[in-house]
Design a protein around this ligand. Structure first.
Ligand SMILES: Nc1nc2c(ncn2[C@@H]2O[C@H](COP(=O)(O)OP(=O)(O)OP(=O)(O)O)[C@@H](O)[C@H]2O)c(=O)[nH]1
Ligand SMILES: Nc1nc2c(ncn2[C@@H]2O[C@H](COP(=O)(O)OP(=O)(O)OP(=O)(O)O)[C@@H](O)[C@H]2O)c(=O)[nH]1
Ligand SMILES: [Mg+2]
Ligand SMILES: [Mg+2]
Lengths: 293, 281
């Protein structure tokens, strides 16, 4: 882990007094390697280690007092600060219907997370959720969402696979109004940020739904591409939050830092398993220490 | 690389950046770029065209390692062939089965799909729809059945109905879930008992957007099954799937196919030269 690597780098540091710029640079090499292995984006690693180096130099660390630990602490603090120092909350509409739209690449975990989120928000905020099936492409996507709805005893609105998503969402909003639903969570089909036609479909759904939250679902094992994907979704839709899934795996999750650093999108939740109660509020310090390994 | 570039530190830094951003993995990249650099200095390579050729040649060598690497599947006439699909959640296993069924039906093979994912909502129905799209036979039991029993029954039926190719879908599972890896180990044993030498292929589906964890996935899945190839899915996105090169480098598992979209024809046999050029596109 990073502490061990710092110790190794420090074996090359000689003499007394303050750590020199060269000593710090040796340690930054270890930080860079560790972050790249954790899947943090190459350019983010560059700018992050630059910041950390300046901080470390500014703190005038003495060689005698376990400098490795002090630098690790600076890295950890800077990382936690970047992840967002306090937990980011969901934007709830306290006077009407809260509307949420789930977006992201294929297979990221949107459908499962839509169910988890409806379940969590219903409990913590005592709302009556409506799940809306807007994926008319993937085989059995609607069945998947309906099954999830049944397992949670949450209503699912769907109009089958031959009606356009923009029409489905419009009718869903009317249905929600008429049936006392004060929370709408729209599940959309997975799509590539470079698929113009499919991204345009999301823009149209957004224009009709006018969601309070557009949540980008990101697989926590995503590598260098996380920045490209998040930036593109953000540019085209103005994403309001992210959900990192499959954090019950053993990936270090550096995509979280890249996402945050480049787009400033706050990470709001973490998917911690396949069951519908396995969604937790995002903890920045836990993510920071996980990325550092 | 333009025709005026000098091969200095900046050039090699930039090359490292391209390879790291392709998710190839720091250790493989550093090793490779250092080797490239010494080759260029040794041969006193001058022109940018020569350097381009050298890069392609060296990446090719890194992948091939002096062996014949084929992207063909071990599917023979006159026997029941079994292909097992494994991988973590959401990577494209079920969709890839649809694509491979389509390919082999067009080659005149009798194909059967097995719904080995008895757990996830809508999983059985999803595979059933694929079997209807390609028009091949399909076997499943009720949701919640033991996957090994579904697969056992499917193999008996496949033998009775002279199926040429049995494609087995499994539930997505993260490699650190010990009980799920044990379940997969049991599935593998059942297949091997019922058909000698089976599964003839065990394909690990890897999402092209996956970072360094892809290598861990390959290592652990290879402990409970004999992974014969990787399907690199979603290569139609912007990710380069470089971790598959890392998997070949460290475990010598070849890439058999690349997934290039969500439709039935969006699958191609892997071509290392095409892939290398794609890194610079
Ligand atoms: N272990 C684990 N699996 C998850 C988590 N979230 C989702 N999954 C699994 O990931 C796979 C994909 O989930 P889906 O909900 O179908 O993903 P999706 O984004 O809706 O997929 P598309 O609609 O095809 O784009 C399924 O096997 C889920 O059970 C998580 O937090 N942990
Ligand atoms: N763009 C693109 N999407 C793909 C590709 N392969 C699969 N997908 C999509 O990825 C999503 C997940 O595919 P599945 O086949 O359900 O993945 P899986 O591995 O079976 O998922 P689980 O069974 O939940 O673990 C679906 O939306 C597919 O359409 C590909 O090559 N390109
Ligand atoms: Mg979905
Ligand atoms: Mg599947």
């Amino acid at each position: 882990n990073l502490s061990d690597r710092m110790q190794m780098a420090l074996r090359r540091v000689r003499g007394k007094g303050r750590l020199t710029e060269n000593d710090i640079e040796e340690m930054m090499k270890e930080v860079r390697l560790s972050l790249l292995e954790a899947d943090v984006n190459f350019k983010v690693v560059k700018s992050f280690t630059k910041e950390v180096k300046e901080k470390a130099l500014g703190e005038k660390i003495l060689k005698g007092l376990n400098p490795g630990q002090q630098v690790v602490k600076i890295v950890n603090d800077e990382l936690t600060k970047l992840m967002g120092e306090k937990t980011a909350l969901l934007e709830l509409n306290l006077t009407g219907i809260t509307k949420i739209m789930m977006v992201g690449l294929q297979g990221a975990g949107k459908t499962t997370t839509a169910g988890k989120l409806a379940n969590l928000v219903r409990k913590t905020n005592n709302l009556k959720p409506l799940l809306v099936a807007l994926d008319i492409y993937r085989p059995a996507a609607i069945e998947q969402l309906k099954t999830i709805g049944q397992q949670l005893d949450i209503d699912v609105f769907e109009l089958g696979i031959f009606v356009k998503p923009s029409v489905i969402i419009a009718k869903a909003m009317v249905y929600a109004e008429q049936n006392g639903h004060n929370l709408i969570i729209a599940d959309t089909a997975g799509r590539l940020h470079i698929d113009e036609k499919m991204m345009q479909e999301l823009v149209e759904v957004k224009e009709i739904l006018k969601p309070h939250e557009i949540l980008l679902t990101v697989d926590s094992m995503t590598g260098q591409d996380a920045v490209t994907v998040a930036s593109s979704f953000n540019e085209q839709l103005s994403v309001t939050g992210a959900i990192l899934t499959k954090l019950d795996g053993d990936t270090r999750g550096g995509a979280a830092l890249s996402l945050r650093q480049v787009t400033q999108i706050p990470i709001k939740y973490m998917g911690m398993g396949e069951k519908l109660d396995q969604l937790e509020v995002f903890h920045p310090e836990r993510m920071a220490s996980r990325i550092l390994g | 690389i333009d025709s005026n570039s000098k091969f200095d530190d900046d050039f090699f830094d930039e090359l490292e950046e391209i390879f790291i951003m392709a998710d190839i993995g720091v250790n493989t990249v550093v090793k490779f770029v250092a080797h490239l650099r010494s080759e260029i200095e040794l041969n006193k390579t001058e022109s940018s065209d020569d350097v381009k050729d050298l890069i392609v040649e060296e990446m090719f060598k890194l992948y091939v390692k002096d062996e014949i690497v084929s992207s063909n599947l071990d599917i023979l006439d006159d026997r029941l062939n079994i292909v097992l699909f494994v991988g973590v959640n959401g990577v494209g296993k079920t969709t890839t089965i649809g694509k491979i069924a389509y390919e082999y039906l067009n080659k005149g093979k009798k194909v059967m799909m097995v719904a080995g994912d008895t757990f996830r909502a809508g999983a059985i129905e999803q595979l059933k729809i694929w079997s209807e799209r390609v028009k091949c036979s399909f076997y499943s039991k009720e949701e919640g059945s033991d996957p090994s029993s579904v697969i056992y029954d499917a193999i008996q039926l496949a033998k009775e109905t002279s199926v040429d190719l049995l494609l087995i879908d499994t539930a997505g599972r993260l490699q650190n879930k010990i009980n799920l890896m044990k379940e997969l180990e049991k599935v593998n044993k059942v297949i091997g008992r019922e058909v000698p030498e089976a599964p003839h292929e065990t394909l690990l589906v890897i999402d092209a957007t996956t970072g360094q964890n892809g290598l861990v996935q390959a290592k652990v899945f290879n402990e409970v099954t004999d992974i014969t190839g990787v399907v690199l899915s979603k290569l139609d996105g912007t990710a380069k799937g470089g971790i598959a090169l890392g998997i070949k480098d460290e475990l010598n598992i070849p890439i058999k196919y690349v997934g290039l979209g969500e439709k039935i024809e969006d699958l191609e046999p892997f071509d290392i030269e095409e892939y290398i050029y794609g890194l610079f596109a």
